[in-house]
Each structure stands twice: as structure tokens, then as C-alpha cells.
Ligand binder design. Sequence first.
Ligand SMILES: [Zn+2]
Ligand SMILES: [Zn+2]
Ligand SMILES: [Zn+2]
Length: 147
Amino acid sequence: MVCYARKSNLLKPSGGISGASLPCIATPAGFLFGNCQMKTCTTCLTGKPESDFYAIAGRKTSRARCKSCDKKAIDMRRKANLQADVAQVLAAYGVRTGIIEKQTICFTCKQEKPLDKHHEDYTKPYEVMWLCRMCHAQMHADKRRQK
Ligand SMILES: [Zn+2]
Ligand SMILES: [Zn+2]
Ligand SMILES: [Zn+2]
């Protein structure tokens, strides 16, 4: 682990003697410092200065994830969304052309309802599960909880 405080010289004790720096002690929970305000990112578990975390509007605390982890997460979400969009377009095409057999009964609740095409795997756009809106929403909620 790298001590960012030392590097960026954040460790000047407020109003203290210039040049004097307190030792940094690395612990599993982050760094222990005297006056230094370090925060440990919950994702990369690296101790970083407060300026490496985005502020939350209207709140005193900043985000639990550091800026670079935040950016990575946004990027991944964007990619996943894009993949989902592509899969939906291909699935619609699959239904039109008969590659995918259209169903009218929800896979989960076995009721006849207007159905969504749910993908377990977006890299397999023609493998769809037909779910009604409610079961579909439930499916995604369950998946989120599993993560
Ligand atoms: Zn991080
Ligand atoms: Zn259903
Ligand atoms: Zn789905």
C-alpha cells in the first residue's frame, strides 16, 4: 500500500511545526495518522485523501468509493447497459424472424400477460426467458441482491 498522505504532503499538522510529519501506519482498515484526514475506499481498500472522493450534494460525507473506483463502476454500468440494449434489439429481430419462439405465458407465474424478453446472459441474445413485467422486475431485483 502506498501512503498518499506522505506523497502529497497532506500531513502537515495544522498550525504545527512545518516539516514535521507523523508516521503513517498501515492497517487493514486503512492508514492511521495524526491529523491527516484519510479515508479508505470501500472498493479498492486504499487509503486516500478526502479530495479523491466525490462529494455528495447536501451531505457532509463524501462517497464511500474513491473517484477512480466510481469512474470504473460508471464505465462498467455503461458497458452493461449497452450490451443489454444490443441483446434486446437482436432478440426483437429473433422474434420477427422466428429464431425465437414467442411465448404468451410468463415463465415464473404461468399467467397469460404481455411479456418481456429477459436475458440471463447478454452475450446470448437469442436465449430469452419470457417474463411478465412484474416477474421481470422481481428477477432483476433478486439479481441485484445476490451481488
Ligand atoms: Zn477506490
Ligand atoms: Zn409473471
Ligand atoms: Zn431482464
